[in-house]
Design a protein around this ligand. Structure first.
Ligand SMILES: Cc1cc2nc3c(=O)[nH]c(=O)nc-3n(C[C@H](O)[C@H](O)[C@H](O)COP(=O)(O)OP(=O)(O)OC[C@H]3O[C@@H](n4cnc5c(N)ncnc54)[C@H](O)[C@@H]3O)c2cc1C
Length: 328
């Protein structure tokens, strides 16, 4: 075992893995993290903690992940290369390991211009770092763990035991480049992969065929991303504005349309119907991606809607979660 994390053990034992996302609050309120982790407890093999997603300031992923550890729930700490240089990242990862964190997802992070969307202003004037990219970060963490060295070559007294992951956008343009990026991430040290949200299952299956043809599914465990849709508007936004996400029109049409002059009661009823439709679609997507060769699990992202996860996990027949024993 590289880390002996629960996620690693579940995958090593050949189970279909489930991870779910927890979005930290835009405050220092640990109570919000505790409330969300209780909703997700027992629903997934590990809980991903986002790192200032959409480039908006939130309770840090390290602190949030440490709160999960203290409550007996396993986190996947997400770490972007946007906000820290290689010295800060390595120091923070060692700090995270010292706090009991065993899984780390290495990502570039949303560009700071992304934050100025919808009602949020973000920090479009922020200076980004990108001292290293996500593939270099994978390589650095793998060498810290397997060779006991820092990026510059200095030794580490004790190598960090980490299960290392990366994100993958299978349908981003140019599409032919995507399997190559995955191959690079696997070669750099990605033990597991969590993909961008999948809505076009046929297109994803075609990408996975290329992945399997190259044997990449045997080098890294691929968890398909399921972003739970909440409304037609959300899907339209993702289709038009999130790179690498394509949403078939037929899915969007399943949501109720609300007339502009609808009464508050009609709007409330439509919202409820939309939420039920979104959960149903998420369950169907899980069932469909599960059939695709090479898919080893799902990563469920119910953005600011963690309450939806238990019903989805249960509806998809993914409970109870396995608990393979720790090795030693
Ligand atoms: C599961 C998941 C979790 C995420 N969590 C967070 C989070 O917590 N916080 C956050 O801020 N963002 C998060 N994101 C967003 C993500 O980091 C960005 O969408 C990023 O642009 C792509 O993810 P990556 O880290 O895999 O990027 P990478 O694979 O490192 O690539 C970053 C971008 O640069 C492009 N690129 C890289 N190298 C080259 C090159 N040589 N030439 C041209 N283009 C290149 C890539 O195609 C890609 O568009 C998450 C995304 C996913 C799928």
């Amino acid at each position: 075992m590289k880390s002996d994390s629960n996620l690693e053990r579940v995958l090593a034992a050949g189970h279909f893995a489930v991870t779910a996302e927890l979005g930290p609050p835009m405050s220092g309120d640990a109570g919000v993290v505790r409330k969300k982790l209780e909703i997700l407890r027992g629903q997934a093999d590990a809980i991903n903690i986002t790192d200032c997603q959409t480039a908006v300031v939130r309770l840090s992923s390290i602190a949030s992940a440490a709160i999960l550890v203290s409550e007996g729930v396993e986190p996947v700490m997400q770490m972007t290369t946007r906000d820290r240089n290689r010295i800060a990242i390595q120091a923070d990862v060692l700090g995270a390991v010292a706090l009991g964190i065993k899984n780390c997802l290495c990502i570039a992070g949303d560009h700071q211009s992304f934050g100025a969307a919808g009602k949020l202003k973000g920090h479009p004037g922020a200076k980004n770092v990108y001292d290293i990219d996500s593939i270099q970060l994978l390589d650095i963490l793998r060498r810290m763990r397997d060779e006991g060295v820092q990026e510059g070559g200095d030794p580490l007294d004790v190598p960090p035991k980490l299960f290392i992951g990366a994100a993958w956008t299978p349908m981003g343009d140019p599409i032919d480049f995507r399997v190559l990026r995955l191959a690079k991430k696997a070669a750099a040290g990605a033990d597991f992969i969590q993909t961008q949200g999948i809505y076009d299952v046929e297109q994803f299956a075609a990408s996975m065929k290329k992945v399997c043809d190259r044997g990449l599914h045997e080098r890294t465990a691929i968890l398909a991303g399921i972003i739970v849709p909440k409304s037609a508007g959300m899907l339209r936004y993702m289709n038009s504005s999130v790179a690498g996400v394509t949403v078939p029109e037929a899915l969007i049409k399943r949501f109720p349309s609300v007339k502009k002059d609808a009464s508050p009661a009609e709007k409330k009823a439509a919202r409820k119907e939309s939420e039920e439709t979104g959960k149903k679609i998420a369950i169907e997507l899980i069932e469909q991606v599960r059939e695709i060769p090479g898919v080893r699990g799902v990563h469920i992202q119910a953005i600011e809607w963690e309450e939806a996860v238990p019903e989805i996990v249960e509806g998809a027949g993914l409970l109870p979660r396995p608990s393979p024993p720790a090795s030693g």
